[in-house]
Design a protein around this ligand. Sequence first.
Ligand SMILES: [Zn+2]
Length: 375
Amino acid sequence: MQFANVIGQEAIKNYLLKNAQHGHISHAQLFLGAEGSGNLALALAYAQYLNCTNKQPADSCGHCNSCQMSVKLAHPDIHFSYPTVTTGNKGKKSTDYIAEWRQAVLQNPYMNVFDWLQFIKAENKQGNITAEECDEIVRKLNLTSFQGAYKILIIWMPEYLGKEGNKLLKVIEEPPAGTLFLLVAENADAVLSTIISRTQLLRIPPLNPPDIEKNLLNRFQLSHQTARQIAALCNGNYNAALRLMNNTNVNNRQMLTGWLNACLQNNVPQFALFTEEIAETGREIQKNFIGYCLHFFTECLRLSMLPNYVPLLEKDEIQTANRLLQSLNFNSLEELVQAFEKADEHITRNANSRIVFFNLSVRLSAIGQGKISYT
Ligand SMILES: [Zn+2]
């Protein structure tokens, strides 16, 4: 990936370019930035730049042998470690999933760890970077570099390194010559402090809304207004912007309408059935659905406050929203948003989804019981 393909973040790009050009290259750097900030994209562009054999002032050349391999995430001296799930013998090492990794990152270098785990069909399994992977890292880094270039290890989401990560301390502290560690993390508190203390911290801010807006307009068929709204709503998180784009997802819409209908009519058997059905799906589908509900209710909230607001909703959603607003006031909507935020947190922490969705159903039912119908 070239710097030119990384959204925004000009100050960080300049900083990395300047350091590379002046030879101030830290052997262990932590790219710390929230989801969707582009921390992985920046690390990829930086690794490609460092190994490019025809460096330009503002970017890698994009054409040399090294660039051609880097761009496909197939450079023999650029290694990757990331969370995996273990099934039988598969998944103890990151390379077991290298084909999927390349596909997922090339598709969306702004993905979060849940997107990734869903991509490898982890369902409810927890991802982690295993002890075997740590041994593999040490082994790989002791090999000589293939191209005589930097040997770079990108560890994505070191939050998923348990105490076995301590196996890496020595090699991070005293790496073989020409070896660089680029750690790409979202939450410093969740990374082993022994590792953090051995890295140089590079804080990556959330993206600026105008950068996101520009990218969305270039990439998708969108009106200026929609692009601006998504950019304003996604908190500088490009992955969230992509999710908002997907929130026009018909499945989620139908699911929410059916569920709302059952809850608001206090149709217990029907919402219990919904609870069973959604509990049978994976955590990612549940999170995606909750994300959609949050988006929908937040838009309802805005609509209730701002009479001239043009919501980021499709026509049929606006109808549903208007009907909902006839019965629910600002406070009950706000309460709903909070309930869904909490549910999102619980699902992320692997709580029992049956209980989470049943509680939400009861809550929805209590708030709007029997007042309106969605048919
Ligand atoms: Zn090049």
